[in-house]
Design a protein around this ligand. Structure first.
Ligand code: G
Ligand code: G
Ligand code: MN
Ligand code: NA
Length: 254
């Protein structure tokens, strides 16, 4: 309950901040986008992890206003970077959407308004949702995902491979990118079963014309295996941990 009060106040007092983690092309090593990840600087408790407060925000419904703030702030930042770095016109911003947000009936209108306000083309926005969010809301998901797609917004399946779901949604719903959960990457260089699972996901994505991002790329050995499998993109501590906007701009400059 205290956390709920604090979350509400935190939103008013602008205690939230976005960090950004680069998503890198494994072919060219270039940064092709960022995943926005929320951080909370609590006045007494210091930095509170989203793993701790996102579940509370979900339960209390506060994830809705927090989520709108995340979308607006991430789009505002992307727009600023495109002006600052004209060579990065195709930079894409990925944003996590939780179940509560995904089932907001005004999601499409609100996103349309945010894109207009921040002057971000729909093609530059990617929404990350987990398999379970789609499967638990299959009916809403169908309408919503097709509406988002018709705007030109891209959709990523986050933590792919960890949910209880049917592969049928891959052809029933318009999805552009599979993000392979980091639990499949962490031993890819020493565990042949992990290697085979990742190989299969990369092939599945290619056969369906989808992009693929390996999450949790931490070592050069991980990278070498992923390149051998022709995995398109990667994200992880090897490239950069999530960083604040100033540090992210430095990464773009390099
Ligand atoms: O950044 P970190 O690894 O600490 O994030 C922990 C969890 O919080 C991850 O599962 C991530 O998806 C989630 N998360 C981070 N930022 C956001 C956000 O803006 N919205 C939602 N819904 N989840 C987020
Ligand atoms: O659930 P989601 O994939 O949205 O969450 C991303 C989370 O993964 C963030 O909390 C981020 O800090 C974390 N993360 C990003 N890169 C790595 C990595 O290379 N290794 C590990 N262990 N965690 C990572
Ligand atoms: Mn994510
Ligand atoms: Na993930």
């Amino acid at each position: 309950l205290q956390l709920e009060t604090d979350l509400r106040r935190g939103l008013e007092r602008r205690e939230f901040q976005l960090y950004y983690q680069p998503i890198v092309s494994l072919k060219t090593s270039a940064i092709t986008g960022f995943e926005a990840l929320i951080r909370w600087q609590h006045p007494q408790r210091g930095l509170v992890s989203p793993a701790e407060f996102i579940p509370v925000a979900e339960e209390t419904g506060l994830i809705v206003p927090i989520g709108w703030w995340v979308l607006r702030e991430a789009c505002r930042q992307l727009s600023a970077w495109k002006i600052q770095f004209p060579e990065y016109q195709s930079l894409v911003m990925s944003i996590n959407l939780s179940a509560k947000q995904f089932t907001q009936t005004n999601l499409v209108e609100e996103i349309t308004e945010i894109l207009r306000e921040t002057n971000v083309p729909a093609q530059s926005l990617k929404l990350e949702i987990t398999e379970s969010v789609i499967m638990d809301n299959a009916e809403i998901a169908t309408t919503m995902l097709f509406q988002l797609q018709s705007l030109g917004i891209q959709l990523s399946i986050d933590d792919f491979g960890t949910g209880y779901s049917s592969l049928a949604y891959l052809y029933r719903f318009p999805t552009h990118t599979l993000k392979i959960d980091r639990s499949f990457i962490n031993k890819i260089d020493i565990d042949s079963e992990q290697f085979e699972i990742v190989r299969t996901i990369v092939t599945l994505a290619a056969n369906l014309g989808m992009d693929v991002v390996a999450e949790g790329v931490e070592t050069l050995k991980h990278l070498a295996q992923l390149k051998a499998l022709n995995c398109g993109s990667g994200q992880g501590y090897l490239f950069s941990k999530p960083v604040d906007s100033q540090m992210a701009a430095k990464l773009l400059q390099e």
